[in-house]
Ligand binder design. Structure first.
Ligand SMILES: Nc1ncnc2c1ncn2[C@@H]1O[C@H](COP(=O)(O)OP(=O)(O)OP(=O)(O)O)[C@@H](O)[C@H]1O
Length: 249
């Protein structure tokens, strides 16, 4: 299948220090890639680089075969940021309408898509309340609904399930799997290890480097681990050991 995202040798520096260090990734249509890593590892920076909001110092990023930033390509990305960028004085519905119109969705389509994505995140009954009255979890769910309403072929989700109850989390993951089955490409960052198990490919990011990369089964075999959590811990220990030995892996 065609690559939705192709990243080659990406290095991003802040104040001359590499925050992302020679990263490569191929995300195919129909695939979910999970990016996991400790706080400060560079997950959000990686997503921001894909959005063209952070410029690579070295390397190349192509989305659907085109170098970014590119306006036409932006319209093909449904994006959910880590902090909820919502208009607090507007209702959930008005926020969905506003962001949907930015994506160039026609009014008729938007009405239909909004209903579906509000159902997915279980917000149908709260759509006419103002955001100022939403809880943190409700804001996260609305941000996710906005990303899904775009009905874009590439979906980038930065920590989409923080503050979301386990049952709804499961429903959201079922929906993501369904969207992938329809050919969408999805990149999701997460701290939740059992979510990583539901991805086709998992990338472990530490200190700006992919220290392990593969399917959940491959990673568990490689690290002789029974869970992705154990892989994560063992990969971290390995990295620390190689640092202590002065080997820059
Ligand atoms: N605009 C910036 N200028 C300078 N440093 C930055 C900037 N943005 C991020 N950083 C630094 O880059 C590193 C990676 O940050 P990033 O937000 O990508 O990590 P993260 O893995 O998403 O963390 P978290 O899980 O806590 O959100 C951190 O050390 C952070 O302080």
């Amino acid at each position: 299948m065609e690559n939705a995202v192709s990243v080659k040798n990406l290095t991003v520096k802040f104040d001359k220090m590499p925050v992302l260090n020679q990263l490569s990734l191929e995300l195919k249509k129909g695939e979910i890639v999970g990016l996991i890593g400790p706080s400060g590892a560079g997950k959000s920076t990686f997503i921001n680089a894909l959005l063209g909001m952070v410029k690579p110092d070295i390397g190349e990023i192509k989305i659907f075969g085109k170098e970014i930033p590119n306006r036409q390509i932006m319209a093909k990305i449904g994006f959910m940021a880590q902090s909820d960028a919502l208009f607090t004085e507007l209702t959930g519905r008005q926020n969905l309408e506003f962001f949907g119109s930015l994506q160039g969705i026609s009014k008729k389509d938007l009405a239909e898509k909004m209903i579906k994505s509000a159902q997915i995140v279980n917000l149908t009954a709260d759509l006419d309340k103002r955001i100022s009255g939403y809880s943190g979890g409700m804001k996260r769910r609305l941000s996710l609904a906005i990303a899904l309403t775009a009905d874009a072929p590439l979906i980038l989700l930065d920590e989409p399930t923080v503050g979301i109850d386990p049952e709804l989390r499961r429903d959201i993951w079922d929906e993501l799997r369904e969207q992938a089955a329809k050919g969408k490409a999805i990149l999701v960052t997460t701290h939740v290890m059992d979510e990583a198990e539901r991805c086709n490919q998992v990338l472990l990011l530490r200190d700006g480097k992919f220290v392990a990369q593969g399917t959940p089964v491959e990673l568990k075999t490689q690290y002789d681990a029974t869970s992705i959590e154990e892989v994560f811990i063992k990969a971290g220990q390995e990295l620390e050991r190689s640092k202590n030995m002065g080997v820059d892996k």
